[in-house]
Design a protein around this ligand. Structure first.
Ligand SMILES: Cc1ncc(COP(=O)(O)O)c(C=O)c1O
Length: 467
């Protein structure tokens, strides 16, 4: 996407050679053509006014105007009602009609899972926290920070996880990272360095997990998930010595790992001298019962718990934490140091302030109400428009599964809904290539308001009923 430079006169890097036999006009034309062809000037980008460019280059305004006209005629540039001249060509697209480029097809109502309500981001509170963090940061805070994370944030996160997740944590057990994704990559790298060769992942499961495992040079082993969560007996039949699980609210099925399976999983880890990587991604939001405590609180030496604020605040913050035993935590911090030194310190201090001040809890309380109302809207809309469908996985988070009858064509329903600008995801896309299972649709309702939920389900009710 082109950058919309503010100000009237975006600078342009062009050199004219006054010793060259080539005329200045020809040089200017060629320089602009090359910049556009090489993508240095992008489609939609605004050029300086002819007056300004003429002054900058020390040439006449008429020469610049003639150049712009020539490149317009060739299709490189386009003038917009005297307001601005913009780039109209990109190396990939030879025919261009709009300076904004062609917008990708967008779903009007998108039930994509994994997205919190981005409109509810507590911008004022965050702004306040950033202000506080910047105002109180010492000169030392402005240097490279501790790769393990700011001690202030680690203390706050440790106490938060103890209070809210029943975790077993002190500041020394926490490594601050850039979201779950980096936390998992760091942990996997540390496990590989310690000799692991294969890591189990849930099937169906989050699409990124086998990719993260492979990127770390490890082999993913797919373990089935049933209506009680990960089938631990199957895990025990493999050679994997680590597993990534979503015990509080499985992605994508929404199942909560059954109590006996939780214990069996920890026993397995003990027997194989292995590690459970707990993806604690949306545990803040639970509707029907008390929150399920973190697995890490039961076996701190066997479980690495990774969380982030991507669901509780917004993915854009890119802050998360790894809770690991001291030994593994030291490896993880070392890996963090090697990759990017440390996470941004001012953001870490701001998050610490946000949590300490109670503003974070207040936001979570508000969001629980928002998501609970959306969850009810989804249940009611499905009840009205496709009463035979069974919705499962609704105990926590902000996605649920509509179980389709066996034989229903999941892909066809997703494609037909897309024709109506309603974005759906089938369960199949979360399965490993060799696995199979009953068809279903994943309904994310985090970033879809009640009205849109009702309209979306009404628009595809007939498709869901056929299923
Ligand atoms: C189950 C699950 N785990 C992990 C992640 C990645 O989270 P982060 O943004 O913290 O990297 C997501 C994001 O959607 C997710 O749904």
């Amino acid at each position: 996407m082109a950058v919309e430079w503010s100000g009237l006169t975006p600078d342009l890097f062009i050199r004219l050679d006054r010793q060259s036999p080539e005329t200045l006009g020809s040089q200017l034309q060629n320089a602009l053509r090359t910049a556009i062809r090489e993508g240095r000037l992008q489609i939609g980008e605004r050029l300086p006014s002819s007056r300004r460019l003429a002054v900058d280059l020390g040439v006449s305004r008429g020469l610049v105007q003639a150049t712009y006209e020539q490149l317009e005629a060739e299709g490189y540039l386009r003038a917009f009602g005297g307001s601005a001249t913009r780039v109209a060509f990109s190396p990939q697209t030879t025919v261009v009609t709009s300076p904004e480029g062609t917008p990708a097809a967008r779903m009007e109502i998108d039930f994509a899972p994994g997205r919190p309500d981005l409109n509810s981001f507590p911008a004022r509170d965050w702004l306040w926290a950033c202000g506080e963090a910047t105002r109180t940061a010492s000169a030392r805070d402005m240097g490279y920070g501790d790769p393990q994370g700011s001690i202030r944030l680690r203390e706050v996160i440790a106490s938060y996880l103890q209070r809210v997740r029943g975790a077993f944590a002190g500041a020394d057990d926490v490594v601050i990272c850039s979201g779950f994704t980096q936390g998992a990559a760091l942990t996997l790298a540390a496990l590989r360095a310690a000799g692991a060769t294969s890591v189990a992942v849930e099937d169906p499961g989050h699409l990124d997990m086998p990719i993260l495992v492979r990127r770390a040079g490890l082999k993913p082993v797919f373990i089935p998930v049933d209506d009680r969560g990960l089938v631990v007996d199957e895990l025990a039949r493999t050679k994997a010595t680590a597993v990534i699980v979503t015990p509080a609210h499985q992605t994508p099925t929404g199942v909560v790992l059954a109590p006996d399976r939780r214990l069996a999983l920890l026993e397995w880890a003990e027997q194989v001298n292995g590690v459970v990587i707990e993806d604690d991604y949306d545990s803040e939001f639970r509707y029907d019962k008390q929150p399920v405590g973190s697995l890490q609180g039961l076996a701190a030496d066997r479980v690495v718990s990774i969380g982030s604020v991507s669901k509780s605040l917004a993915p854009a913050i890119r802050l998360g934490w790894v809770l690991a035993s001291r030994h593994l935590g030291a490896w993880i911090a070392e890996e963090k140091h090697r990759r990017d030194r440390c996470s941004p310190i001012l953001d870490q201090l701001a998050l610490a302030r946000l949590i300490e001040s109670g503003r974070f809890d207040r936001h979570l309380r508000r969001m629980r109400g928002v998501y609970a109302a959306r969850r009810i809207a989804l249940v009611e809309a499905i009840g009205e428009h496709a009463p035979n469908l069974v919705l499962t996985g609704l105990a926590a988070g902000f996605h649920a599964i509509a179980q389709l009858p066996r034989g229903a064509d999941e892909a066809e329903i997703v494609a037909a809904a897309a024709q109506r600008a309603v974005g759906l995801q089938g369960l199949d896309r979360y399965r490993s290539p060799n696995s199979d299972g009953p068809p279903g649709i994943v309904f994310g309702f985090g970033d879809v308001n009640q009205d849109a939920i009702r309209r979306g389900i009404a628009a595809i009710g007939d498709l869901l009923r056929q299923g």
